[in-house]
Design a protein around this ligand. Structure first.
Ligand code: SAM
Ligand code: DTB
Ligand code: SF4
Length: 321
């Protein structure tokens, strides 16, 4: 299987618009060749620092520019975070992802605590992922040294649609952080959101930029907007679930070896739509009752979903004490 980084806008728009049955068939063949046995990865998510963010991302309830009522607890400390990581591991998670509602990482005590959390999560035998906004080269190097597996930093939408969604940073800022993460030897987790009022061409353009990264991001989260009251996008209509299926299938075809994570928005999908996304090539989900500030399907419901689909989960994380 050839891995390409030169997909054109037209090729991607054509894929996104392919008759669904043909698109699914193509995606399935590529997926099964790249992921023999088809294992799904379970990633657990925890918000360490919630709310109060200076950025104005129109979808995000954690922005200071939104009037969303979020449960703004004080920043979590190292021990409670590690207790949550242990519980996630015991429930079967493979990766533990931690979020900070920051524009960028600043040096100091909170960053030292982040490093301690990363070390602790790794000692539990879990993969560790952090999402905390922009970072410097030296911060990336320190995270790598602490054992960080992956850094999540989404491009969210196309370069063309970006300034209708966020005005406080640029696409170039995002790409620069991604380069620093890569240069430090940390895996890149980078994807986007559909349902932000973007066109089909915008979706293709986002996928084009993701697939042009060389190497491809190791994981690509595909989110459907969770329209939260108090954000500028609160009245956005829900997307047609088949559009999410198309987005997942196209991401799978463009980036055969990346993990495509079916991320936010699963609560709005019925069981059958989620199974179609898995069939289209999603091989990871967020697992646990909450995302950052919004809810996610219950663990029992997800266990039942994976069993109904006959999906094998990745072998459990190495059991450290
Ligand atoms: N502040 C950091 C940043 O923006 O990179 C990290 C946390 S931020 C909440 C992580 C990602 O969550 C965003 O890039 C966006 O893709 C996703 N996200 C936030 N709010 C969302 C929503 N309402 N619906 C879907 N995805 C959302
Ligand atoms: C990603 O792509 N989606 C996750 C994770 N990476 C950090 C976040 C989804 C957030 C959904 C809205 C919320 O719960 O606040
Ligand atoms: Fe801040 Fe991240 Fe939310 Fe944007 S998505 S407002 S950067 S927490």
């Amino acid at each position: 299987m050839i891995t390409r980084h030169d997909w054109t806008q037209l090729e991607i728009e054509t894929l996104l618009a392919t008759p669904l049955m043909d698109l699914l068939w193509q995606a399935q063949q590529i997926h099964r060749a790249a992921n023999p046995g088809y294992h799904v990865q379970l990633a657990s998510l925890l918000s360490v620092r919630t709310g109060g963010c200076e950025e104005d991302c129109a979808y995000c309830p954690q922005s200071l520019h939104s009037s969303s009522a979020i449960d703004g607890h004080p920043d979590l400390e190292v021990e409670p975070v590690l207790a949550r990581a242990r519980a996630a591991r015991d429930a079967g998670a493979h990766r533990f992802c931690m979020g900070w509602a920051w524009r960028d990482i600043r040096d100091g005590a909170p960053f030292e605590a982040m490093l301690a959390m990363v070390r602790g999560v790794r000692e539990l035998g879990l993969e560790a992922c952090v999402t905390a906004g922009m970072l410097s080269g030296s911060q990336a190097a320190r995270l790598a040294q602490a054992g960080l597996t992956a850094y999540n930093h989404n491009l969210d939408t196309s370069p063309e649609h970006y300034d209708r969604i966020i005005s406080t940073r640029t696409y170039e800022d995002r790409l620069q952080t991604l380069e620093r993460v890569r240069a430090a030897g940390i895996q890149v987790c980078c994807g986007g959101i559909i349902g932000l009022g973007e066109s089909g061409a915008d979706r293709a353009s986002l996928l084009r930029v993701l697939a042009s990264l060389d190497p491809h991001p190791e994981s690509v989260p595909i989110n459907a907007l969770v329209a939260v009251a108090g954000t500028p996008l609160e009245d956005r209509p829900a997307i047609d679930p088949l559009e999410l299926v198309r987005m997942v299938a196209t991401a799978r075809i463009l980036m055969p070896h990346s993990r495509v994570r079916l991320s936010a928005g699963r609560e709005q999908l019925n069981r059958e739509a989620q199974i179609l996304c898995l069939l289209a090539g999603a091989d990871s989900i967020f697992y646990g009752d909450t995302l950052l500030t919004t809810s996610n399907p219950a663990v029992e419901a997800d266990r039942a979903l994976l069993a109904a689909a006959g999906v094998r989960v990745e072998p459990a994380a190495a059991l450290a004490p």
